[in-house]
Design a protein around this ligand. Structure first.
Ligand code: ZN
Length: 142
């Protein structure tokens, strides 16, 4: 997930906040627990609201490239319209200015939405009996 910049995780066990690495973000995305960087506790994102926000990040990541295309198209159209005499120079400048300003605002908002701190819950390690049962089940399958 290349778009995930500025996503932090907060460990409920040691109270540390740290920048999440791409593999940790992947683990959250596929709902697999991972170790805290500091206290090596098993962590998992359990808050449903945050999980939904996290899953929506992919959509926010698309905002920037699509805004670049939209802004370029608008600037080009304004330029062509001016060449064809449909717009005055002032009109063309106004449209370009509005396009660039709204571009900056939207990209800034998208980046704001992409910056978040995930509250990670400590997951209790599986009891030994359960691990043994899983191992037995795996062995009997082979
Ligand atoms: Zn920790």
């Amino acid at each position: 997930m290349a778009a995930a910049i500025g996503i932090k995780g907060h460990c409920a066990q040691c109270n540390m906040t740290f920048e999440l690495k791409p593999w940790q973000l992947n683990a959250i995305a596929i709902d697999i627990p991972f170790d805290c960087t500091y206290c090596h506790c098993g962590l998992q994102l359990e808050c449903v609201k945050q999980l939904r926000q996290f899953k929506a990040l992919d959509h926010w990541a698309l905002v920037r490239p699509s805004m670049i295309m939209l802004t370029c198209a608008t600037l080009l159209m304004a330029l062509v319209a001016e060449w064809l005499g449909l717009l005055s120079v002032i009109g063309q400048l106004n449209i370009s200015l509005v396009a660039v300003l709204s571009h900056l605002l939207v990209v800034r908002y998208a980046r704001h939405r992409q910056t978040m701190t995930l509250k990670l819950q400590v997951i209790s390690p599986l009891p030994v009996e359960q691990l043994a049962r899983i191992a037995c089940a795996r062995l009997s399958q082979q």
